[in-house]
Design a protein around this ligand. Structure first.
Ligand code: F6R
Length: 242
């Protein structure tokens, strides 16, 4: 557990630094959203002052709205370029993401799975968590073996993300996402990030309740790699004995 956003970001930078120390070209999967913003700002600062060389990473994204063009400023792809990839000067060829404008979304999901497995999977995968326990856009009902696919977003998820759009109605109703199985089987190391008191209950349930498709994040209990929970005090409030 870390005290605040600043410590959260510093701990995340250290984790990325470790990955860079272990590999000349670490493969990292990134989450979008409010939670990782302080981390991405700190990574940009670390790159600017020369502490780390993020240009060596290869990057993937967890998910994308559907339909959505990459050039739309509300796309997850645009979010990552704005908050991390462009400020660190990451070459475009080092980034892959699900194409929310694909004419054949099933083929696009298959392509993405092949991109991830062909590269050897993720050395490091950053996840946020939804209020309903989603990871990436794997909503309630998503099993531990699910793969990249087209999904319907829950009303709760659309409401949580509505602040990025002119109205709730404008929030896409579907998305393309890596599966829970993609995350569990293709990651060597997972960092589950949570900030703020509104995530306290879902984080505690994720870690301590029985694993269930109803709470997809609980499938992380079955992950066999290195698992880190990066939570601030407010999000970790219901975790005993910290
Ligand atoms: C984003 C993603 C989602 C978010 C989750 C939490 O790429 O896959 O699972 O991580 O919805 O979002 P925030 O951080 O905005 O609370």
């Amino acid at each position: 557990m870390v005290a605040d956003a600043r410590a959260f970001a510093a701990a995340g930078v250290e984790i990325v630094g470790d990955a860079l120390a272990r590999s000349p070209e670490p493969r990292v999967c990134f989450a979008t959203g409010e939670t990782p913003k302080p981390l991405y700002a700190a990574l940009v600062a670390a790159q600017a002052n020369g502490t780390i060389d993020l240009k060596r990473i290869r990057a993937w994204l967890l998910d994308e709205y559907f339909p959505m063009t990459a050039s739309n400023p509300r796309s997850f792809r645009a979010f990552m370029h704005a908050h991390l990839f462009d400020p660190i000067g990451l070459a475009a060829g080092r980034v892959d993401s699900l194409d929310g404008s694909a004419g054949d979304p099933d083929a696009e999901c298959a392509r993405y799975e092949a991109s991830i497995s062909g590269a050897g999977g993720f050395d490091l995968c950053f996840l946020g968590i939804g209020l309903n326990g989603h990871i990436a856009f794997n909503e309630s009902g998503s099993g531990a073996a699910t793969r990249a696919r087209r999904v319907v977003l829950s009303e709760r998820t659309r409401r949580a993300n509505a602040h990025e759009f002119p109205s709730l109605d404008a929030v896409p109703r579907e998305a393309l996402t890596v599966g829970v199985g993609t995350i569990l089987e293709r990651s060597r190391s997972i960092v589950l990030m949570a900030r703020g008191s509104n995530k306290a209950e879902v984080l505690a349930r994720t870690l301590f309740e029985a694993e269930t498709d109803a709470l997809p994040a609980s499938h992380l209990q079955g992950f066999r790699g290195t698992f880190t929970v990066l939570a601030d005090e407010a999000a970790a409030a219901l975790i005993p004995n910290l």
